[in-house]
Design a protein around this ligand. Structure first.
Ligand SMILES: [Zn+2]
Length: 285
């Protein structure tokens, strides 16, 4: 499932093509492609010129010139944006997983943007931008992610200290900080030597600071390598996989040796999720 580094890789890819380009046509090929919360059908965007491609956590959105609407997209489990340009590529038949397709024109250049989604948990919707925060209104509850200028580690640490839940569940809570999913939560907890089931409120300031810097470091490293294509469901806008999967320390490495101490990595299940950890480096007590 795409997390912050994968979604940011997609955003950067879209940013190379979309700003300045006008939407000529846009249409959907699957009923789940557009969320029921959409303020309008996607063809409201026809004729608009894209201004920018933004992201908060795992949410992407496009803004448009002289228009207050945004097109928000969430990749879900397997959503992919793909850009096709050149007469030959654009004429090829659509992939069976295409849920949305749009034709853009930028000067004399035309290109096609497809949204593919095998598992159909991804979605798009039209929303309005909140003037004060410049964030779409429907995701105002989503907290800033660790890569944002607005990210305030002190505020996050205070929230974590007041949390009644386990630390892993707390860092997956998108109202505390956004962008972290199962893979990077496990990786960051291993780096910070914290057991995922430790109560957040039992950790001291130094441990929480180390955890936040570990989250940022592991996601930055993953972004530098184009993200994690662990389950082959993530690719960038050119259809290329990321390379971080080979660098994972614990996620998906059950039974393999801890890269720090050599102990076998364990997989445990809680709150319907798998957690991967080193039982020696990450003690519960
Ligand atoms: Zn270890």
């Amino acid at each position: 499932m795409p997390e912050l580094p994968e979604v940011e890789s997609v955003r950067r890819g879209l940013e190379e093509h979309l700003p300045g380009a006008r939407i000529l046509t846009i249409g959907t090929l699957h009923p789940r492609a557009v969320s029921q919360k959409s303020k309008a059908p996607l063809d409201l965007l026809q004729g608009l010129r894209c201004e920018s491609v933004k992201r908060r956590g795992k949410y992407l959105w496009l803004t448009f010139e002289r228009d207050e609407h945004a097109l928000i997209a969430h990749l879900g489990m397997s959503g992919q944006f793909r850009v096709f340009q050149g007469r030959k590529a654009m004429k090829e038949e659509l992939h069976p997983h295409v849920r949305m397709t749009a034709l853009f024109k930028d000067g004399r250049k035309e290109f096609r943007l497809d949204f593919l989604d095998q598992r159909t948990f991804g979605w798009m919707r039209i929303d309005e931008i909140d003037e004060e925060s410049s964030v779409p209104k429907s995701i105002l509850h989503v907290a800033p992610d660790p890569f944002e200028d607005h990210f305030d580690p002190h505020r996050v640490i205070e929230r974590l200290k007041r949390s009644k839940s386990e630390i892993k569940r707390a860092i997956l809570d998108q109202t505390i900080l956004s962008g972290v999913g199962n893979i990077y939560a496990d990786e960051a907890l291993w780096r910070a030597k914290i057991h995922p089931e430790r109560k957040a409120s039992t950790l001291n300031d130094a441990q929480l600071r180390l955890l936040l810097s570990s989250i940022r470091a592991v996601m930055k490293r993953a972004l530098d390598l184009g993200g994690t294509s662990f389950d082959h469901l993530y690719v960038n806008v050119n259809g290329e996989s990321g390379y971080f999967a080979t660098r994972l320390a614990v996620y998906g490495r059950e039974g393999e040796r801890c890269r720090r101490c050599g102990t076998a990595i364990r997989r445990i299940t809680f709150t319907n999720r798998s957690s991967h950890l080193c039982p020696r480096c990450q003690r519960l007590r």
